[in-house]
Design a binder for this molecule. Structure first.
Ligand code: ADP
Ligand code: MG
Length: 272
């Protein structure tokens, strides 16, 4: 019952998440109705759903942050969670936020490397309040990555960012995931974000996964918004969400050509 981590006979090399019959009731309202889900190691899964459909409830269950959920959940010990609010401690400098609680005498070096990977090497000694929203979210990503998670759980991490910053974050996340290949569950209500980033897109409706759509094999990256396959997938997903695609919902109508973010991406340089 409830949540268990993998250290027992669970075949961790075969699956990063194995959830069976995950159910959550608040009072007389059942929000999750027996969800079954497998996620393979290194697989990037996006979870879409209308507001209030239970996305965050499910993510909290996988993160073992909810002790009242029922069903079976197997997740790796090594996991990290990110939220819309970067949740940096205001009284700790950026680097200290990244390495807080991280064991090992080389934690500072690893933290600096993670900051370099997200383009924040120059901000290691800064206070969180001096960072922009995008920078704070990148610091939160560094904090997650430095833990070398086998499973990365992200709950609308870019929801508070402006459109261009969000696009840059998409590129960064795609790049970091390609390099570190954790399994990812990205909760989002942004259909375009899901199509850009995921190997597979799920839709949560009425407490169950109503659509489980693999896209990696049929639509290789980079997935340009101008590609007809993009529009097709968007329409399919919007229909599943019960939203009509009238062309106005194209995630801020962002062009494909967005300037590259200024990133310092040379993690090998400082790796030990
Ligand atoms: P989503 O992330 O998809 O917007 P949530 O998982 O946050 O949705 O919430 C799903 C439903 O569960 C909502 O109706 C919400 O009000 C309800 N809910 C979530 N957490 C609690 C809680 N701690 N107590 C009572 N109801 C909750
Ligand atoms: Mg939510």
């Amino acid at each position: 019952m409830a949540t268990r981590s993998v250290s027992d006979p669970f075949p961790a090399e075969a699956l990063a998440v194995r959830a069976r019959g995950v159910t959550r009731t608040f009072g007389d309202r059942t929000v999750l109705r027996g969800i079954d889900l497998d996620i393979r190691p290194g697989e990037f899964v996006a979870l879409l759903g209308r507001s209030g459909s239970g996305k965050s409830t499910f993510l909290r269950a996988l993160a073992a942050l909810d002790t009242e959920v029922t069903g079976e959940i197997f997740v790796p010990e090594q996991r990290a969670v990110g939220f819309q609010d970067p949740r940096l401690l205001p009284w700790a400098r950026v680097l200290d936020n990244v390495v807080l609680g991280l064991p090992g005498s080389d934690s500072s070096a690893r933290g600096l490397q993670a900051l370099a990977e997200v383009g924040l090497a120059d901000h290691a000694r800064d206070w969180p309040k001096t960072l922009s929203g995008g920078e704070a979210q990148r610091a939160a990503l560094a904090r997650a990555l430095v833990r070398e998670p086998a499973l990365l759980l992200l709950d609308e991490p870019f929801g508070a960012l402006d459109a261009l910053t969000r696009i840059r974050m998409h590129r960064l996340v795609a790049e970091l995931c390609a390099r570190h290949h954790p399994a990812v569950l990205l909760v989002t209500h942004d259909v375009d974000e899901a199509v850009v980033l995921a190997d597979r897109v799920l839709v949560l409706t009425d407490g169950v996964i109503s659509l489980d759509r693999p896209i990696a094999s049929t639509f290789p990256r980079p997935r340009l918004r101008s590609d007809p396959r993009f529009a097709e997938l968007r329409s399919e997903l919007l229909a599943e969400l019960g939203v009509e695609d009238d062309g106005s919902l194209t995630a801020d109508s962002v062009p494909d050509s967005v300037p590259e973010p200024e990133l310092v991406l040379d993690p090998q340089e400082s790796s030990s």
